[in-house]
Ligand binder design. Structure first.
Ligand code: PMT
Length: 397
């Protein structure tokens, strides 16, 4: 994620969901973004501005006539220092003011002068949200170029059920990151595989490996943020499907192969980061093997399909293939050999001891033309961006 230095201004208005914005601010600050908070007066009834001041380490602005230094006309100066404006939670009242050009507090005055990207998260009772007035005001905001992040369904603060809840902080964060990211993979369709496969012996026992899916999911997320249309084919993991990514869940190598081949025609790039089992039991028992009844000395195995080889059999020209190599020794030599044997454009080499399950990894990127880039240990989200940078270099040359 390359967001350091970006500046986000958050408008907080008076709804019970205000408290959730504390986590959003923390996530932004942790990602090295600069955060400014504007509050409506009613928001201060739900949460003390001091909380946001401490979290953002910046003065919180409420009234139009507040300023942080005498030289500044705050609601105008701030428009030049904002890369993204988010209103969350956005009440019906503030939505109406934004739609019709009111400028009666710092937030609405700021919005009137601001010309950049804006995301509004309407949050209110479901009857208010579906009212003609609110819906018309939301349409008007859309016409003004504002992105609306629709509220979620569920139990509301008033006790009723319906559409009106603030979307999760993770989703708002992801939307913001996407909105701030450079779209250098726009119009590209990318298939990513992730996680382990499981080759079942019986319904409860299987052969697998410790892949967590973190690397593959990070690649899918980063590609989506950079504008690509992404399909993620994933073995069993504990991770949430990435926002905006078509996620297909599979169990075995054979199923992964089938789904990859089903989709391969419609993509420009395939990234095989999954740890696919090379062998499966020759026989899968439909019922649980009872240890009292059978004595197992050995399990006969057979090869699973090599997915990259299967892709190569049907591949159209210009399909860009990125593979991974997980090795315990001779990392570069073995990875180079795989790159050539499997006819790939790029391979990402990593050591088994450093790669599986951890949030960080240390990889070497090797390209078909012999270029080698040794990367230091970094977190998998950053590695994903480094890999995609190399891809962009190659496909835009
Ligand atoms: O999921 P994490 O916990 O974040 O861990 C990340 C990772 C270690 C799984 C990842 O970084 C990684 O190295 N993935 C590839 C692991 C692997 O299977 O490597 P390999 O050297 O055995 O296979 C080489 C390539 O062939 C891989 O791109 C693999 O997806 C592909 N393959 C393997 C077997 C098979 N039957 N078909 C294949 O296409």
């Amino acid at each position: 994620m390359r967001l350091a230095g970006n500046r986000v201004t958050i408008g907080v208005t008076g709804g019970i969901a205000c408290y959730k914005i504390c986590d959003l601010v923390r996530n932004f600050v942790k990602s090295n973004l600069e955060v400014r908070i504007l509050m409506s007066k009613s928001a201060t009834k739900f949460i003390n501005p001091e909380t946001f001041r401490v979290l953002s380490r910046k003065e919180v602005l409420i009234d139009t006539f507040q300023y942080t230094s005498a030289e500044r006309v705050e609601h105008i100066s701030l428009t030049e220092e904002t890369d993204l404006f988010i209103v969350a939670p956005a009440t019906a009242n503030t939505i109406a003011k934004m739609a019709w050009g009111f400028a009666d507090n710092m937030m609405t005055a700021f919005f009137l002068a601001y010309k950049g990207k804006t995301i509004v998260c309407p949050t209110m009772n479901h009857k208010m949200f579906t009212s003609k007035q609110v819906q018309e005001n939301i349409s008007r905001l859309k016409e003004l170029g504002v992105e609306i992040l629709e509220p979620e369904e569920g139990e509301l603060a008033c006790g009723e059920e319906g559409r009106g809840r603030l979307p999760s902080v993770e989703l708002i964060f992801e939307k913001a990151v996407e909105s701030l990211s450079i779209k250098d993979l726009k119009n590209k369709r990318i298939l990513v595989t992730a996680g382990p496969t499981r080759e079942h012996i019986d319904p409860v026992r299987f052969i697998s490996n410790p892949s967590s899916g973190k690397m593959g999911y990070a690649l899918a997320k980063a590609a989506k943020r950079r504008g690509a249309e992404v399909i993620l084919i994933t073995g069993p993991t504990y991770l949430d499907p990435p926002y905006g990514v078509k996620t297909i869940k599979i169990i075995s190598a054979e199923q992964m192969c089938e789904k990859v081949l089903e989709n391969i025609e419609n993509v420009d790039v395939v990234i095989m980061s999954a740890a696919v089992a090379d062998y499966k039991p020759k026989i899968t028992h439909r019922k649980k093997i009872k240890k009292e009844e059978s004595k197992i000395d050995a399990i006969e195995l057979e090869r699973t399909p090599d997915i990259i080889n299967e892709i190569n059999k049907v591949k159209k020209q210009n399909l860009y293939i990125i593979g991974f190599a997980a090795e315990t020794e001779n990392l570069i030599k073995n990875a180079q050999e795989k790159l050539n044997r499997k006819n790939m454009n790029m391979i990402v080499a990593n050591l088994v001891a450093e790669a599986f399950q951890r949030d960080t990894n240390r990889v070497t990127i090797i390209k078909r033309n012999g270029e080698i880039r040794y990367l230091p240990e970094m977190n998998k989200e950053d590695i994903a961006d480094e890999i995609l940078d190399e891809l962009v270099l190659d496909i835009t040359q």
